[in-house]
Design a protein around this ligand. Structure first.
Ligand SMILES: [Zn+2]
Ligand SMILES: [Zn+2]
Length: 142
């Protein structure tokens, strides 16, 4: 249930992943482009992709409903993917409550939300070279 949208031809193509940044402690970090996240929110027309009825407030900065961007396959998994995870197909527009639930909720509720997002996204993700099973997705959040 919700708002349906299409990716542009450019967005629907796989992208080469960025090179990781090694921080001062020698840890790898995968860079992300905030403009791509902003585009993902725009594509979803600022509706929560878990359920379009989830309301927030109007953002002072953008004048649009306040929503947050979440990488469904977390950026920390980039090592295992040949193509970039920083794509609109992998970035979900979700309300702050759903976002906190994904990161801080109990497994059962978290997986329900992940399942909704994955069902809506898997075909688009496949197009950009990100093909995984729901079980694999769940494992990223354990
Ligand atoms: Zn997140
Ligand atoms: Zn929501």
């Amino acid at each position: 249930m919700g708002y349906e949208y299409q990716l542009t031809a450019e967005e629907a193509k796989p992208s080469k992943r960025n090179d990781p940044i090694i921080d001062g402690r020698g840890r790898k970090r995968w860079p992300r482009d905030s403009a791509i996240a902003a585009t993902a929110l725009q594509r979803a027309n600022y509706y929560c992709e878990v359920d379009y009825r989830h309301a927030t407030f109007v953002s002072n900065k953008t004048g649009k409903p306040y929503m947050e961007a979440h990488h469904l396959i977390p950026m920390g998994q980039q090592e295992d993917f040949e193509y970039s995870l920083d794509k609109t197909a992998n970035i979900k527009c979700i309300c702050p409550n759903c976002h906190r639930l994904i990161h801080h909720g109990r497994k059962k509720e978290r997986n329900e939300v992940l399942n909704v997002l994955f069902s809506k996204s898997k075909d688009k993700m496949k197009q950009v070279g990100l093909e995984i099973s729901i079980e694999k997705l769940f494992s990223f959040y354990e």
